[in-house]
Write a protein that binds this ligand. Structure first.
Ligand code: BG6
Length: 502
């Protein structure tokens, strides 16, 4: 980022500035962009929300939170102090506009404030509850604020969840596209802002060694894991209606799968990259509900212990139905029906209150022939595995066999590992920095097109349908890595889930 130019001047209008996302992620990301010198002098933030407030109180609240984050160990803002000069540069540019999102009149007042900001460019960031996404877009459109004439840009970032099933995602796309052009819409998936996720393309296409092996001839199976130690916390009302499948799969897990499985694009042109990622989503097999039932396992955590801390059962969490059947863990077997991947299972799993925080893509290669090692006991040699570690310790490792020293030929599994932190100084980042910068410069590479979100939902719909028809959520104690039944998915091919966090 160091060599990039500051993004063009713009008013960033954040709807929902009083919410958690704006406070925890957007304000820190803007601060980091400001420290990196990537915001132009004419950059302004106009926060919109229904709570009482003014410019002074919003600046104070965001600043206090930033300082608290910066001083707390393990936060993504990194350790250390806030650079007060930088924060005051940003704070001076933040103002508050109190308004109800449904109130038409508020939008003409908003238009005047944008005009007064001294730049014609505007980025509307929908950090609100999803029910307001089209409400806000339609009112902005009616007030003429989405028109891109005279060389000015008007862009909109739409947060997740983008719909709650295929029909509602289509409906949301329809309503947004009635207000503006597809090129103005940036559907965000914050996983794509993570450094290692972006690095998947460089690993694959910037090295000669991996790509020749990256296909069904050499790869046995792929495991994608997004394990979390956090439970449902204070999000019961949202989560109990949503569950792990909707919350993480059509977006984050499929985004990882698409990066891992895509064909090399012709260039890094945004449309070339998005087209290749989109083709993977199109090629994921749409199961019948019966197939989906067979190829999925869902779990819900009961009381347990996560990293030494007692955790109450999901059903005892605030705003969760005490009889809830919502899954807090899901494991699926997916298939990508194209030439490169035919017959290679993609196992994906995600869950809350698991033993460790661990997001990774593990590529298991086909085992070498046993011809030379027939005397060794079955299982003495394991398949090679390449792991792309996404968080918390970003890196890449390859597990392979070495000869144990001594007179006998005994194989021992060892790993060659590269940790980002050992080579590159870490910079505090929330993952939103790149994404916000990209919207400001108009680069949609890492954002989803309308059909991508619809394809994501089309993949998960059969699972939702199958579960509606019956079947059980299997319990796992908080601190375990999903229900015992999750192993069932991998049975038969000499495969097992990788231990989480190891
Ligand atoms: C969000 C989900 O989109 O991603 C959360 O709604 C989840 O439930 C989070 O915890 C995980 O993101 P990260 O960046 O913390 O891995």
């Amino acid at each position: 980022m160091g060599r990039l130019a500051p993004a063009p001047a713009c008013v960033m209008v954040i709807f929902g500035i009083r919410g958690d996302l704006a406070k925890r992620l957007l304000a820190p990301a803007l601060y980091n962009l400001c420290s990196a010198g990537l915001l132009a002098d004419g950059f302004k933030v106009l926060g919109v929300d229904h709570n009482e407030g003014d410019d002074v109180s919003i600046r104070k609240d965001l600043g206090d939170f930033l300082r608290e984050q910066a001083s707390s160990k393990g936060s993504e803002m990194g350790k250390g102090e806030v650079d007060e000069r930088c924060w005051s540069w940003l704070a001076d540019r933040i103002s508050y506009h109190q308004a109800e999102f449904e109130d038409d009149a508020a939008y003409s007042a908003l238009g005047k404030k944008i005009e007064a900001a001294g730049t014609e460019n505007a980025l509307f960031y929908l950090a609100t509850a999803p029910r307001f996404f089209s409400v806000v877009a339609e009112r902005l459109c009616k007030a003429g604020l989405l028109k891109e004439d005279d060389g000015r840009f008007r862009r909109m970032v739409v947060e997740k969840p983008f719909g709650e099933d295929l029909d509602s995602a289509k409906e949301l796309n329809r309503r947004l596209l009635a207000c503006m052009a597809e090129t103005q819409i940036y559907r965000i998936d914050h996983f794509l802002g993570k450094e290692t996720v972006r690095n998947i393309m460089v690993t694959r296409f910037g090295n000669g060694v991996f790509e020749p092996l990256w296909n069904r001839m050499h790869i046995d199976s792929v495991q994608i894991t997004a394990a979390e130690t956090v439970g449902v916390e204070e999000r019961g009302a949202f989560y109990d209606k949503t569950g792990a499948l909707r919350d993480m799969t059509p977006n984050h897990l499929l985004a990882l799968l698409a990066m891992m499985a895509m064909e090399p694009p012709n260039s890094f042109d945004p449309e070339a990259v998005r087209a290749e990622k989109g083709r993977v989503l199109e090629a994921i097999r749409r199961y019948s509900p019966e197939e989906a039932a067979e190829r999925s396992v869902r779990g819900q955590y009961t009381a347990g212990n996560v990293q030494g801390k007692a955790v109450a059962a999901y059903r005892d969490s605030p705003n969760v139905d005490p009889k809830s059947d919502t899954e807090t863990f899901v494991a699926l077997e997916l298939e990508v029906d194209n030439w490169r991947w035919a017959g290679v299972p993609f196992y994906v799993r995600t869950g809350k209150s698991m033993s460790a925080r661990d997001t990774e893509i593990a590529i298991q290669f086909k085992a070498a022939p046993r011809t030379l090692f027939q005397d060794l006991p079955e299982g003495a040699s394991k398949p090679n595995v390449l792991v792309l570690q996404i968080q918390p310790d970003e890196g890449l490792s390859l597990c392979f066999h070495a000869k144990q020293p001594g007179p006998d030929v005994e194989l021992r599994e060892v790993a060659m590992a590269f940790r980002y932190a050992d080579v590159f100084p870490s910079k505090p980042a929330t993952g939103y920095e790149t994404l916000i910068y990209d919207v400001l410069i108009g680069d949609p590479t890492l954002f989803n097109r309308a059909q991508d979100v619809e394809n994501g939902w089309a993949v998960v719909m059969p699972f939702l349908e199958a579960w509606k028809a019956g079947g059980k959520v299997e319990p796992y104690a908080a601190g375990e890595d999903g229900p015992a039944g999750a192993e069932r998915l991998l049975d038969g091919g000499g495969r097992a889930w990788r231990p989480v966090g190891k």
